[in-house]
Design a protein around this ligand. Structure first.
Ligand code: IPT
Length: 989
């Protein structure tokens, strides 16, 4: 019997169309050994901007894309944390290759808006290009444009200018909504072009607000959410919308606010950042029920985790990870953590699963919220230097599995099973249509346990390493055959050429047993490794120890299509790449990364990366006879595995040599501290009222920097008065955020510096850092002048929707003890934002106002000095140097700048590469020493300019000490990188 596609779909009980069944009905019957079991249709292929209309819907199980079930296996990436558009493709290709089918992105309002009514989506802010790149890479997109995003960015994403507007943010306040609409109009204009529904791009979900836990039952909140909902719809966004509930309280679940009568186009989502040191919580099928159960709060929508911890952030001083930095975040949330927690999520019915962060990147310039330092590496699967880590491997294994085995997109909880008195927790699920069963086994103890697992009528010992988990399956279809069970984790299957291929995986050294149903005895050929096989009672059993790669070819047994079984340990599985092409899937083994695969005629064109010398073996559709790797045609031989293997291994990456940084030129600044500095062009700081949530102290002018249009980085004040009278001291009250500081001069002489203390475990959560610094005022008659420099560390976030981004920054009050002379204040912060580098690039240092950070700045008269420096001074000193790189165009070298010095030295450095502010180094606080210099901003073939702005308080000698380029990773391959426009320009002050 030959089933027509339509009959087959009907039998399968799905509306899935478009998958092809090759082979005859009798083969199917043989494969199953009984009546054919219909697979759920395959997951949809990789999406693209194909110009066609698509449906994006959902039911209580999963998203339905064109009616096909799909688990969104997503990683969070922030375009604004990688200011080099060419590298977006690198990151996205790496994720796509490792089995992610979706990315989730925040769009940060402050990054795009230097002033009310001004929205900039050009250059490094080109959202349209980012979304195009995502579509070209074959990734779905979850778009999260706020308006509030949190995300450890300045003001949680609110623009600096919004901090001085009337009205309460994150409510239905009309002033706020007016600005929100402005932002949404701007961002939605781009988003609307990239909706998958219209085939313009691959956006399938769109988030409203972010962890909005306030005003849930008042009109302030409900009207706000309704406003956002209707605005976004009015802007033409027609994909399902959702919100991410922070506390899993059912906040903003469907029906809790007015969605304009729309019932089925809105989902409930929630976030989870559970401790890695406690057993993973159950959020759905196995949860306690009620709203705290997460997805149980919304039984009619699929389990949607908008953010699940893929690492965690680290504050200044490194308090989160005891000074060990992001390496420790990665260690405590490692590959085994991912298996334990993410497989638990899948067991609980989560079908939209986004890992925050998957590539953290860099909070460059003044982007970081005060709580974090420059690196936002996060301990994520792809590190800040774009280097794949071992954390990508479980994601790859699970992602490929979700793609190959669509049964996982529709699961019900099945009857509990006992796995013996082993301490192993077992989750049992079943696909109600295909009757495929899935078992997730988790060991929360630190020692290995061996569970006795009943699998398809046989009880088998399954080792689960300590603090680890695995997934097992029974009854899934592997091409034209059926798996009875396996104690190894299935990873993927595909039809390639004349055969099917199925891959199983697990930890190195594990013994596995796999049983395939087969009505008659097949011919079994061991091609690699030492597996043992036996056929009895309609089942072929293969015992294989996982070590590198084991290959077994199964032929016959009533099925004409052979099945190549591959048993790959973790490391080997991380070198197996599936890529779907319009002519069918391609499987590649060997290189460190496969980026693209395309078939043209009989040639398969591959691009990718190698690090070490590597094999290249390719399985593809019938007729493929030539292999091109990174544009070079290679000689191949046909293997008994049905593949083409290149005769000579691909070469690894050549050595990358980096120059030593020499020829530094020095210039001191802060003329603003001099008594006779001409500040007549500065703004008078004489406002009387402010919309800040910080009260204006009685009798004082408003000194808050934001009120004068200065929102980022350093700000200067000069206060003139005549006679201090009997005043013996002056006190400056200021608010700066963590690690801010204030330094003061009187009549050109240093009064001293006040620094906010280094956060500790208790104080780290304080958003606001305010202090009062008191300095003696020596008596003198006549005109006097105070100069004050405040290093602001950006605005607080507003996670609790209390307008905390409107807490003042800069001076708040100046008082004298003993007398009260009348002071007239002037203020000076950053110049109008650099149109290319954007609003977060610069603060108000003299050097920044005069272009000292820019390439081409005339520094030839600056004095040449050697590092280490040893200079004691309160104020700012700049150092500049030029260097040239000559990295081969075929090499992707990821380069950082590493600063080291005696940690007793009190100074900090802002690092400018070709005029771009790459972050802030605090020598005596840390923990960050290496700053990523992204290619594109960094010219890897050509000249570069580094400028370091050193701020020191004069209490110790200051550096820089050692400053060196460091290689953070390299690969032969990479993506073409366009140099980012980095103009030098004359800056007016
Ligand atoms: C959650 C935010 O939604 C996200 O923007 C980011 O800040 C993340 O936390 C932490 O990195 S908020 C939740 C942890 C309370």
């Amino acid at each position: 019997m030959v089933l027509s596609r339509r009959t087959f779909s009907a039998l399968a009980g799905t509306a899935a169309l478009g998958f092809s069944l090759s082979g005859s009905g009798s083969e199917m019957a043989c494969a199953a050994g009984r009546a054919p079991v219909a697979p759920t249709g395959p997951a949809p292929g990789p999406p693209s901007a194909d110009g066609k209309a698509h449906t994006v819907g959902f039911d209580r199980y999963s998203m339905l894309i064109d009616g096909k079930r799909l688990v969104l296996w997503s990683g969070e990436v922030h375009p604004f944390r990688l200011p080099s558009p060419s590298l977006w493709r690198d990151v996205l290709e790496k994720l796509r290759a490792h089995g992610y089918n979706t990315i989730s992105i925040y769009v940060s309002w402050n990054y795009h808006s230097p002033a009310p009514g001004k929205y900039d989506f050009t250059g490094v802010r080109d959202l349209d290009l980012f979304l195009r790149t995502a579509a070209e890479t074959g990734l779905y997109v979850i778009l999260r444009p706020g308006p509030y995003i949190n995300a450890e960015v300045d003001a949680g994403g609110f623009p600096g200018w919004l901090t001085v507007t009337q009205g309460t943010a994150r409510t239905s306040d009309p002033t706020y909504l007016k600005y929100v609409d402005e932002w949404l109009t701007a961002v939605d204009r781009i988003a609307a072009k990239h909706l998958y529904t219209k085939g313009g791009g691959t956006i399938v979900l769109y988030q409203l607000e972010n962890e909005y836990a306030n005003n849930v039952s008042s009109p302030l909140g409900r009207d706000y959410m309704t406003h956002l909902y209707t605005k976004v719809r009015r802007d033409g966004i027609d994909v399902p919308l959702f919100h991410n509930d922070k506390g899993r309280n059912g906040h903003w679940a469907p029906g809790t606010f007015d969605t304009g009568g729309e019932k089925d186009r809105y989902l409930y989502g929630f976030d989870g950042y559970p401790s890695p040191f406690a057993p993973p919580p159950d959020w759905g099928y196995f949860g306690v029920g009620g709203t705290k159960g997460g997805s149980t709060a919304s039984p009619e929508t699929p389990g949607l985790i908008a953010e699940f911890g893929g690492g965690w952030f680290d504050p200044w001083g490194g308090v989160e990870f005891d000074g060990k930095g992001y390496a420790e975040s990665r260690r405590t949330r490692d590959a085994a953590y991912e298996r334990r927690f993410y497989l638990t999520n899948l067991a609980n019915g989560i079908k939209v699963h986004n890992v925050y962060m998957t590539f953290g990147g860099t909070s460059w310039g003044w982007l970081p919220a005060p709580i974090v330092y420059t690196s936002y590496d996060y301990g994520a699967a792809l590190d800040e230097a774009r280097q794949p880590t071992a954390k990508l491997i479980p994601m790859h294994q699970i992602g490929q599995l979700l793609h190959s085995v669509p049964d996982l997109a529709k699961l019900d909880r099945a009857e509990d099973i006992s796995v013996g008195d082993t301490g192993v927790k077992a989750y049992h699920l079943v696909n109600p249509d295909t009757k495929a069963h899935f078992y997730i086994l988790r060991n929360d103890a630190s020692a290995e346990a061996v569970a006795s697992v009943p699998l398809a009528g046989t009880t088998l010992p399954v080792p689960v390493p300590g603090l680890d988990a695995r997934l097992l399956a029974t009854g899934i279809t592997l091409g034209r055959r059926k798996l009875r069970y396996s104690t190894a984790q299935p990873m993927m299957w595909l039809a390639a050429g004349r055969q099917d291929i199925a891959v199983f995986t697990g930890r190195t050294g594990e013994s596995t047993r796999t049983a395939l149903e087969c009505a008659s005895e097949p011919t079994v050929t061991v091609l690699e490794g030492n597996p043992v096989h036996v056929y009895a009672d309609g089942v072929l059993r293969i015992d294989a120890r996982l070590n590198s790669l084991t290959r077994v070819l199964v032929q016959g047994g009533g099925i004409s299509t052979p099945l190549l079984l591959l048993f790959a340990d973790d490391q080997t599985s991380g070198r197996l790449w599936r890529h779907d092409t319009p002519s069918g899937p391609v499987l590649v083994r060997g290189p460190a990364l496969l980026r693209t695969a395309a078939l043209r005629g009989t040639t398969v064109h591959l691009t990718g990366d190698t690090i070490e010398a590597a094999d290249l073996e390719v399985w593809g559709p019938r007729g493929v006879s030539e292999v091109v790797w990174n544009q070079g045609t290679l000689k191949t031989v046909a293997t008994t595995s049905g593949s083409l293997q290149v005769e000579q291994r691909l070469p690894g990456v050549p050595v990358v040599l980096l120059p030593t940084l020499t020829n530094w030129r020095r210039s001191a600044e802060n003329p603003e501290s001099a008594a006779d500095y001409d500040d007549s062009g500065w703004k008078a700081a004489n406002k009387k009222s402010s919309y800040s949530v910080t009260p204006v102290p009685a009798g004082q002018p408003v000194l808050f920097a934001d009120d004068y249009g200065y929102h980022y980085g350093d700000v200067w004040y000069r206060g003139r008065f005549t006679d201090a009278g009997k005043a013996g001291s002056v006190s400056f009250s200021y608010i700066s955020g963590a690690q801010g500081l204030l330094m003061a001069w009187l009549d050109g002489k240093p009064l001293g510096t006040h620094r906010m203390p280094v956060p500790d475990k208790k104080t780290v959560r304080l958003g606001t850092w305010s202090a009062t610094a008191t300095f003696p005022v020596p008596e003198k008659k006549g005109p006097r002048v105070l100069s004050v420099l405040v290093r602001r560390m950006q605005h607080d976030e507003d996670g609790a929707a209390k307008d905390t981004h409107k807490v003042a920054r800069g001076l708040t009050a100046v008082t004298f003890e003993g007398d009260s002379p009348a002071v007239t204040w002037r203020i000076r912060g950053e110049v109008i934002p650099d149109p290319v580098r954007g609003p977060v690039n610069n603060g108000g240092l003299y050097g920044e106002r005069h272009g000292w950070h820019l390439p081409g700045f005339a520094d030839s008269r600056w004095k040449v000095v050697d590092f280490p420096r040893d200079e004691r001074r309160q104020g700012v000193v700049w150092y500049r140097t030029d260097f040239r790189l000559a990295v081969d165009a075929s090499v992707d070298a990821s380069i950082g700048l590493t600063l080291t010095d005696d940690p007793a030295r009190a100074y900090r450095v802002q690092i400018f590469l070709n005029g771009w502010n790459m972050g802030q180094y605090i020598n005596d606080v840390g923990p960050q020493h290496t700053f990523v210099l992204p290619n594109g901003l960094l010219r890897t073939r050509g000249p570069n300019t580094l400028a370091l702005a050193v701020l020191s308080d004069g209490t110790t000698p200051a550096g820089p000490g050692k400053v060196a380029l460091t290689l953070l990773g390299s690969a032969a391959g990479g993506v073409p990188v366009a140099v980012v426009n980095s103009p030098g320009r004359a800056v007016k002050h």
